[in-house]
Design a protein around this ligand. Structure first.
Ligand SMILES: [Fe+2]
Length: 361
């Protein structure tokens, strides 16, 4: 006896039956209709594929050998067009090889012709249950993938927010420092922009630019540890005062070195007063021993210093600044960085110097 629940479920199952032999086709169709399935009969593989493309059939029962396109052809096309479709192949006695191949290539099951009713029903139920299981697996996989995607996006957003928070904090810190020195407004932003522009010309990898920018931004952070009487002294510093003043790169480095994401910028801070010819401080590093970021920064900082008004002198033209930087190539500055800097048109330098509300890093 058929359970009413199963019966009602069966009525919804649509089965496409493909066989060139009308007698077999009709016999199977009638049999399955009696069992409560919704059957559609078709006599060739091409017509079957067309129908399966137009409407979804959870199950296709197809003869293996048919004139024209055969069952194997239909199985392969269905596999592409309707990967969810369960396929039962009907094979003639002695055609076991073809049947095994059919299974390997994606058929759900095979039956010898003519199939016995019980075998046919069992094969159909097994194929449909296998299909439901596969669909459930697929739904689970899809939902898992979606969850992973959502969580990854959330994580990326959180990292982005964190990065923005870091960045904003650094800018606030530098603004506080600039305020203490009554520094020319936007000096830090400009130096960062020039540094990034030169680094870009040098072909520095995109992912390394934030470190260079942060090194430039924080270069004088160590001045926080220099007493007001020296830092803000209006006149010239004595030799003893210079000794104190020259400790600011080391103080800056010591402040930053414990912060993991500022490791590379800390090295630039420590080296920002060095010179290419080794006559800088605190370590007297020479040439390539200097971090590239520090060599780039030196050019950017000098350009900004010359082209900005200072309490003790008026600003000079970009051309004059470029001439001075060119003159110091190989002594104060790395010639490679000078060349990259000089390749930036003056109009671009002037554009970079204009204040904007968007921090460059
Ligand atoms: Fe400095």
């Amino acid at each position: 006896m058929v359970h009413p629940d199963t019966d009602s479920k069966r009525e919804q199952v649509r089965i496409l039956i493909v066989d060139d032999d009308a007698a077999v086709r009709n016999a199977i169709g009638m049999l399955l209709r009696e069992e409560g399935y919704d059957t559609t009969l078709v006599d060739n593989a091409e017509a079957a594929l067309e129908m399966a493309r137009a409407e979804e059939y959870p199950l296709v029962i197809s003869d293996m050998r048919m004139p024209g396109k055969d069952g194997a052809w239909l199985r392969d096309r269905l596999h592409e067009a309707r990967p969810d479709t369960a396929i039962i192949m009907l094979t003639a006695f002695g055609d076991t090889e073809a049947a095994v191949e059919a299974l390997h290539k994606g058929a759900t099951d095979y039956l010898l012709k003519p199939p016995r009713v019980t075998d046919l029903i069992r094969a159909i139920e097994q194929a449909l249950s296998k299909r439901r299981l596969e669909q459930a697996r697929q739904r689970y996989r899809t939902s898992l993938e979606r969850r992973v995607r959502d969580r990854t996006a959330e994580l990326q957003q959180a990292l982005q927010d964190l990065e923005t928070t870091y960045s904003t904090t650094l800018w606030a810190l530098v603004a506080a420092l600039d305020a203490r020195e009554q520094e020319v407004s936007n000096h830090s932003q400009r130096v960062v922009r020039f540094t990034l522009a030169i680094a870009g010309r040098l072909g520095v990898a995109e992912k390394e630019l934030p470190d260079l920018g942060r090194g430039a931004l924080l270069h004088d952070i160590g001045k926080i540890g220099i007493t007001d009487s020296i830092l803000l002294k209006p006149g010239k510093l004595t030799e003893e005062e210079w000794v104190v003043m020259r400790t600011h790169p080391q103080i800056g480095f010591d402040i930053l070195k414990a912060i993991p994401f500022l490791g590379a910028p800390a090295e630039i801070v420590l080296a920002h007063q060095e010179r290419f010819d080794g006559k800088g401080y605190p370590r007297g590093l020479k040439g390539d021993a200097l971090p590239l970021g520090a060599r780039v920064f030196a050019v950017a900082d000098t350009y900004d210093a010359i082209t900005s008004d200072r309490p003790y002198r008026k600003r000079q033209s970009p051309e004059a600044a470029c001439a001075e930087i060119s003159r110091c190539s190989g002594t104060q500055f790395d010639p490679m960085c000078v060349e990259a800097f000089l390749s930036i048109p003056v109009a671009e330098l002037e554009a970079l110097a204009r204040p904007t509300t968007v921090p460059p890093i």
